[in-house]
Design a protein. Structure first.
Length: 299
């Protein structure tokens, strides 16, 4: 006797069609049956959800149950595409270590069959994972799981030229003004002494490498003054990720002088516990850095 296949992932929200007034909502389902030789066969067809005993007025994310006597176990309807759900599923597996770095995934055909999804949906999910540097797809080698956090070198290799500059500038503009504002409210006397010491060592006559080192140290100490270890960790990573780009702003005496001036203005605001002024000083400093980098890379 025919029944509704339990291997189907339904995309109800993606099959809604009302091309004419009064048209019925339909969805594509797979019906299973046995032929005259007892072999199980599958048939794709369209059906109204009411034919299957489903109530589409129920809240998204709740179970959709098969009609009494049907073969389908409860399904979870989620307001997202299959490819998005697949990508999220693999991200969780990678993040939790269930798929460890270096793991080779089965072939596309095998994986799609084992997960009961279409190859196109799986391919789209893998494209997203590859863009996020969670997997690497190499012809002849298949799909390999990468570490959840790519190395600094890998991240820098992804973004070349102008794109790298834009990413670095955007990252700094998102986190560093807030760090400066928090530091103004939370900096201790010890924090201020450390920042002052770095400023005393900084001047335009330094070599590029030393000037850059003190620049990185100043921003890291500022993050520590915000008294949030997560921000300190993020600032440390940001310094590594943006190191190559930041070199350009220290390549000339003018650039090194601008860096010291910007740091002094930030420090003055932090020292007086003026959060608004500290944020503004950091924004001005980062704008100067962007202009210096752009000028250096055009030369």
């Amino acid at each position: 006797m025919a029944g509704w296949s339990g291997q189907l992932v339904l995309k109800l929200s993606g099959r809604q069609q009302r091309s004419t007034p009064g048209a019925r909502l339909v969805t594509r389902v797979t019906k299973s049956y046995r032929d005259g030789n007892g072999q199980r066969r599958f048939l794709d067809c369209l059906a109204r959800p009411s034919d299957l005993g489903w109530d589409l007025n129920r809240e998204a994310g709740t179970e959709l149950n098969a009609p009494a006597g049907g073969a389908i176990p409860p399904l979870i309807q989620r307001p997202q595409s299959v490819s998005v759900a697949l990508a999220a599923h693999f991200e969780r597996l990678i993040a939790t270590g269930e798929l460890s770095p270096g793991t080779r995934l089965p072939s596309e055909r095998e994986l799609a069959a084992s997960m009961s999804v279409s190859r196109s949906s799986l391919r789209e999910a893998m494209h997203e994972l590859e863009a996020k540097r969670l997997v690497s797809r190499v012809r002849g080698r298949g799909t390999i799981v990468l570490a959840p956090t790519a190395s600094v070198d890998e991240l820098l290799a992804i973004a070349g030229g102008g794109t790298e500059q834009e990413h670095a500038a955007e990252l700094r503009s998102v986190i560093e003004p807030s760090i400066a504002e928090l530091a103004a409210h939370r900096a201790t006397s010890a924090n201020l002494l450390q920042l002052r010491d770095v400023l005393d060592k900084s001047h335009e006559n330094l070599l590029q490498a030393e000037s850059l080192r003190l620049d990185v140290e100043f921003h890291l100490l500022l993050a520590q003054a915000a008294q949030n270890p997560l921000l300190t960790a993020l600032q440390t990573l940001a310094s590594e990720w943006t190191g190559e780009v930041r070199k350009h702003s220290h390549s000339t005496r003018h650039g090194r002088c601008a860096s010291v001036r910007g740091h002094q203005e930030i420090f003055d605001a932090v020292r007086t516990h003026d959060g608004v002024a500290a944020r503004r000083a950091m924004e001005d400093h980062l704008r100067d850095v962007r202009e210096l980098v752009a000028k250096a890379t055009r030369a």
